[in-house]
Design a protein around this ligand. Structure first.
Ligand code: SF4
Ligand code: SF4
Length: 129
């Protein structure tokens, strides 16, 4: 098997849908895995492994860097994508903890109160008429 899914997987499901041979499934712990008997490195379907291409972590699917083109495997693990992955996880965790509905409820209350006050206040044009 050329590719395996590592613990960097964030369960985004992308690879499951793009694998041309249906080699990607979930194990008993609901973690994605690649069936070594099915995976053929996408040979005959695509020029690059689709699980690797689709994975937003960029390295989530790959355990054997030696199988990658030299231009990619030469990159250090803590390069741009490593930093991108940290930022991505931070953003996702912040979004999950935000009380979006409460924010919009407060915004709407303040907006509607301000609008109501404005409608009840006679304008200079209305006072003179
Ligand atoms: S390399 Fe291709 S065939 Fe193998 S698991 Fe990834 S998408 Fe499927
Ligand atoms: S595409 Fe990458 S992050 Fe998404 S489920 Fe597959 S291995 Fe995990």
């Amino acid at each position: 098997m050329a590719y395996t899914i590592t613990d960097r997987c964030i369960q985004c499901h992308q690879c499951e849908f793009v694998c041309p041979v249906g080699a990607i499934t979930k194990d008993e712990q609901q973690r994605y895995q690649i069936d070594a008997g099915r995976c053929n490195d996408c040979v005959g379907y695509h020029s690059v492994p689709q699980c690797w291409a689709a994975c937003p972590t960029n390295i989530g699917c790959i355990s054997n860097l030696a199988t990658l083109p030299p231009s990619i495997s030469a990159k250090p693990a803590n390069d741009y994508w490593e930093k991108w992955f940290v930022t991505y996880n931070k953003m996702v965790s912040e979004l999950k903890t935000q009380q979006i509905s409460e924010y919009w409820r407060e915004w709407f209350d303040q907006y509607s109160q301000a609008l109501s006050q404005q409608l009840q206040t006679p304008t200079s044009v209305g006072v003179n008429q």
